[in-house]
Design a protein around this ligand. Structure first.
Ligand code: ATP
Length: 419
């Protein structure tokens, strides 16, 4: 693609409000004689002709100050500044533009967060993960439209290769191992041969990465269309075991991930996490939650999986819907999604019906309607409602009139209700 067209293509891909904000940023930078560049994944995607709505800008100067100045002149745009990192985000209704001060990063020890200092564009490109992500497109001055590509990322882009920038890259930051597998899958790229050797050599450095950082990278993974492909690769590279020794991922788990998407077009990351923990005994599931610094909800889902798995036997094809609801409703829905994806046939079918229909089903009569029929206030009312719900689930009542008939019968019989 001709360089001159890249900025046009970028603008075409952006919604009008983002285009306006970008133009204001460029104008401000030019006025202040500052050089500003599009960097990282946005340049890569532009060159691949798959523009994303992500706009990452780097500035050899004070990025938060520029963002604040620009935001004043833009309507409906919020400016969020992270002074400690020298970064700012301009956020509109349908876009975000990140502006960062060009920086040098140094790693004092493997796994630690880097120390950050303002630097040049070259420094900023050198801190990046792969050559294809280490290119910059100038948006200002005489250089406008030119690409800075110190590591020949363009050749790697053409060859579909992911190559680290230096020998210690994975040791400095082993989350790049997770990023590598994600890009391999998303872009259909391969790891360059020396890079894969370095990755295998340094995979154990993942042990030193904190839970929140692993969780953050995994959160990106769940957003990919087929996270199971990435997990299979990470397993093969020894990365999962480096994160947690008992963690593994095989073809049958990958199949379950695919099944999850057959029954839910966009599974939640909690459901994916529950599925990742599907085969783990309770103590290991707890260890996984701790290692990945999962939040309370995620931890509960991952821990519930062991118990949900034991329901497989009870959820036979013959089980009454009301019984299935009784068995499944105490558990977090993410754990039940895991059962609906990874369980045995009849349990999968029952769990899926529960998730899609049964759990939402309510009797037509509510508490007020029952009181009007002469039900006494108090706990009996709740019992009656549960009994009506069960009857509706099991097809014993089909209409409001059926429910009224049943309610009267139960009241006459002294409310001998099932609970
Ligand atoms: P994309 O590359 O498509 O933007 P992403 O949304 O995961 O994927 P970010 O995490 O926002 O990207 O990162 C943007 C850019 O920042 C990357 O393209 C890369 O140049 C750089 N980057 C991000 N994380 C790292 C890292 N751990 N090490 C080195 N560079 C990184």
């Amino acid at each position: 693609m001709a360089k001159a067209n890249l900025i046009d293509n970028l603008n075409r891909a952006l919604p009008a409000a983002a285009r306006k904000a970008l133009a204001a940023i460029v104008q401000d930078a030019q006025g202040e004689a500052l050089a500003i560049y599009l960097v990282g994944g946005s340049v890569r995607d532009l060159l691949l002709n798959r523009p994303t709505l992500d706009v990452d800008l780097t500035l050899e100067g004070d990025a938060p100050a520029l963002a604040r100045r620009v935001a004043i002149g833009l309507e409906d745009v919020r400016c969020i500044v992270h002074s400690a990192f020298g970064t700012a985000t301009l956020k509109g209704a349908n876009f975000r533009i990140d502006v960062a001060t060009a920086r040098v990063e140094t790693y004092e020890r493997p796994g630690a967060l880097p120390s950050v200092h303002p630097g040049s564009l070259q420094d900023d490109l050198f801190r990046r993960d792969f050559t294809v992500n280490a290119m910059a497109l100038a948006l200002t001055g005489d250089q406008r439209g030119a690409i800075t590509d110190p590591f020949d990322g363009k050749s790697d882009l053409e060859a579909g290769l992911l190559r680290i920038l230096h020998d210690a890259s994975f040791r400095d930051d082993a989350t790049r191992i997770l990023r590598a597998s994600r890009y391999e899958s998303r872009l259909s790229f391969r790891l360059e041969s020396k890079t894969v050797r370095r990755l295998r050599r340094d995979v154990a450095y993942l042990k030193a990465i904190s839970g929140p950082r692993i969780r953050e990278e995994l959160a990106r993974l769940w957003r990919e269309p087929q996270p199971e492909r990435i997990l299979l690769r990470l397993n093969e590279l020894g990365a999962l075991q480096a994160i947690l020794p008992m963690l593994s991922f095989d073809g049958s788990q990958a199949e379950a991930f695919g099944k999850l998407r057959e029954i839910h077009t966009t599974p939640s990351r909690t459901a994916y996490l529950a599925l990742l923990a599907w085969d783990l005994p309770q103590p290991e599931a707890t260890a996984l939650a701790a290692r990945l610094a999962l939040n309370k909800r995620e931890t509960e889902a991952v821990r519930a999986v062991t118990e949900v798995r034991t329901l497989e036997r009870d959820l036979s094809a013959e089980v009454r819907p009301s019984r299935a609801v009784e068995l499944l409703s105490p558990f977090p829905s993410a754990a039940v999604w895991a059962l609906a994806a990874a369980g045995q046939e009849s349990a999968r079918v029952q769990a899926s019906r529960y998730l899609h229909r049964w759990r939402y089903l309510q009797p037509s009569l509510d508490g007020h309607a029952l009181l009007a029929l002469g039900a006494p206030p108090g706990p009996q009312l709740g019992q009656l409602l549960r009994r009506l719900k069960a009857a509706k689930l099991d097809g014993e009542v089909r209409s409001r009139r059926d429910e009224e008939r049943l309610a009267r019968e139960l009241l006459r019989a002294g409310t001998r209700t099932r609970t």
